[in-house]
Design a protein around this ligand. Structure first.
Ligand SMILES: NC(=O)c1ccc[n+]([C@@H]2O[C@H](COP(=O)([O-])OP(=O)(O)OC[C@H]3O[C@@H](n4cnc5c(N)ncnc54)[C@H](O)[C@@H]3O)[C@@H](O)[C@H]2O)c1
Length: 337
């Protein structure tokens, strides 16, 4: 069985379905600090087996040990973390305790139970300001926020664990910008409060929850002056986890991989694509650049294709159409049900 931590979160819930479809039975844990039990009902309605779930804080060693004693866990996908960059600047200790503390407690419990396969949710923000594009896995590591530092520290901790016991195999997956939702429109990204990411903000403007989008910077050295990022459909990202698990469980070596499409998309391109997909206007205003933002940032995803045979398949139109289906059917997210 595969243990998903953060199983009811945005990426965890989509990965749960992808593993189910790949006939890989899931055990899910989450403390619901940033998700809702409603996700389990939605997953069940989509046909997923949610019979093995426990409400557990991943920093709680005793509760984690119970999970490993109750179910035979072959491998873990570790999603559970706090992920808001701004909040991490304001509350760094909370982020280090939860994200780094959670990784340590999980790795200790895995070791105690002889489980040595882990796929870890890392982030492209471990690279900081790119010196060249596209960003490859061997680019300089310069995390620019406490959040990004917690991810790089967790990567290093897991690498050191493998060094101390070469029977471990770890896959460090550095995601670029996950967006979109399951094509059913019944699960998706449900940010609490003001969205930190562009796509949910755009979706909330289109559905009428927010008056307009602020586009931070229109004078970058990009084709239309707005910032360029690498958006990746969450369904493709979920498949990336299935591929990484199959690789590790099939005896493959440890890996560190970018997961992105390799295509840069500007803020204004995304806005126009969303207007097409939704048939709704997305009013926006140009605002000053935000400190720390870079002009353009996109992955070189070639290594993931070479080592896992994984490649993103869904383009910007599918990302926008699926985000819109989710947003239109659930204007208040899971709280509205
Ligand atoms: N969404 C992105 O843009 C993005 C980009 C790069 C990396 N990531 C990483 O991917 C992972 C999943 O992100 P997501 O977008 O699904 O976020 P999310 O907040 O939707 O999911 C994370 C889940 O972890 C749970 N959680 C947090 N702390 C926990 C704890 N101590 N114990 C148990 N559960 C806990 C939350 O309740 C939530 O359900 C995170 O590790 C995140 O840092 C996300």
């Amino acid at each position: 069985m595969i243990l998903l931590t953060g199983a009811t979160g945005y990426i965890g819930s989509h990965t749960w379905l992808a593993l189910d479809a790949a006939a890989m039975p899931v055990v899910g844990i989450d403390d619901f600090s940033n998700s809702s039990p409603e996700v389990l009902r939605r997953l069940a309605a989509l046909g997923a087996d949610v019979s093995r779930f426990a409400q557990v804080d991943v920093t709680d060693r005793a509760a984690l040990a119970e999970v490993f004693e109750r179910w035979p866990i072959e491998a873990v996908v570790h999603f559970a973390a706090k992920k808001a960059v701004g909040e991490s600047v304001a509350r760094p200790l909370l982020y280090y305790a939860n994200n780094v503390g959670g990784t340590i407690a999980l790795a200790e419990t895995m070791r105690a139970h002889g489980c040595r396969r882990i796929v870890f949710s890392s982030t492209a923000t471990v690279y900081g300001q790119p010196r060249s594009l596209p960003v490859r896995e061997d680019a300089a590591l310069e995390p620019s926020s406490p959040y990004a530092s917690t991810k790089l520290m967790s990567e290093n901790i897991l690498r050191d664990v493998e060094r101390s016991d070469p029977a471990w195999r770890i896959a460090l997956l550095r995601y670029f910008n996950p967006v979109g939702a399951h094509p059913s429109g019944t699960i998706g990204e449900d940010p609490r409060g003001t969205p930190n990411n562009l796509m949910p903000f755009v979706a909330q403007v289109a559905v009428g929850k927010r008056a307009r989008l602020q586009v931070f910077g229109s004078d970058y050295e990009t084709a239309d002056g707005s910032g360029v990022r690498d958006y990746l459909h969450v369904q493709d990202l979920a498949e990336g986890h299935v591929a990484a698990l199959k690789h590790l469980l099939g005896g493959g070596d440890s890996l560190t991989l970018n997961l992105g499409t390799g295509q840069g998309v500007s803020v204004l391109e995304l806005v126009r694509a969303f207007e097409r997909a939704s048939g709704r206007p997305v009013p926006y205003e140009i605002a000053p650049r935000r400190p720390g933002d870079v002009a353009a940032y996109y992955a070189d995803p070639a290594l993931a294709e070479r080592l896992l045979g994984w490649k993103a398949r869904l383009g910007l139109d599918a990302m926008c159409a699926d985000s819109w289906r989710w947003q239109a059917a659930n204007p208040d997210g899971y709280a509205g049900s």
